[in-house]
Design a protein around this ligand. Sequence first.
Ligand SMILES: [Zn+2]
Length: 240
Amino acid sequence: MACLLAITAHPDDESASFGGTLALYARRGAGVEVVCATRGEAGRHRGQARTSEELAQTRVREFQDACRLLGVTWNQIWEYPDRGLERISLPDLGVRLCRVIRERRPEVVLSMGLEGGLSGHPDHAAISHFAAFAFHAAGRRNLYPECGPPHQARKLYFATAPAPSPAHPEICLSPVHAEIDVSETFDLKVAAFQCHRTQSPLFARLRRALDHLGRREYFHLAACAAAPPPGLERDLLSGL
Ligand SMILES: [Zn+2]
């Protein structure tokens, strides 16, 4: 069965950025996997946590609860610094992600967008650069033999939208190539986001952002191992 691997920066990105899509493909029996690079310890909203380590531990549990609800079949959460991903080097995080792609062998890789996604967060931008590097490097026979046999995933998508959110009108988004109808899993997406209880002050803002998008998630096709499909895609696994 086909496998999608989502590469994110913070616990809650998996739900907010493409939770509906992850849940949809999980329902259809696909492998749905998530690697999150940080434990979100620098979040502004901190729940009852007294220290950054306490917040990190709580957010790891929230992430795992959200993944369970979405039907994620495999996940890892790493300990890179929240609000510090742009200071991490390619030979570190990029090559580590290359190893994950070679081990997990997904057909589709998802990440958040080189502009930083709808919120323009620098960690979102950084993790997307690392994801793109890893997507390409994992397929090259001459690179990183220590990371295992090469694997070229078929497509790399970034989350995007037809227009910037009203909260961030300055963001220059990537063009939409795929539109996924997530009506069927929309409630699950909202419930998964709400597993991130420390982020409860953001729940109302997320609802407003989702109202802006309708029950759709949008993707930019950033790389494709074969000829890109013509027209607007409505299935990320089409042609695979
Ligand atoms: Zn985030």
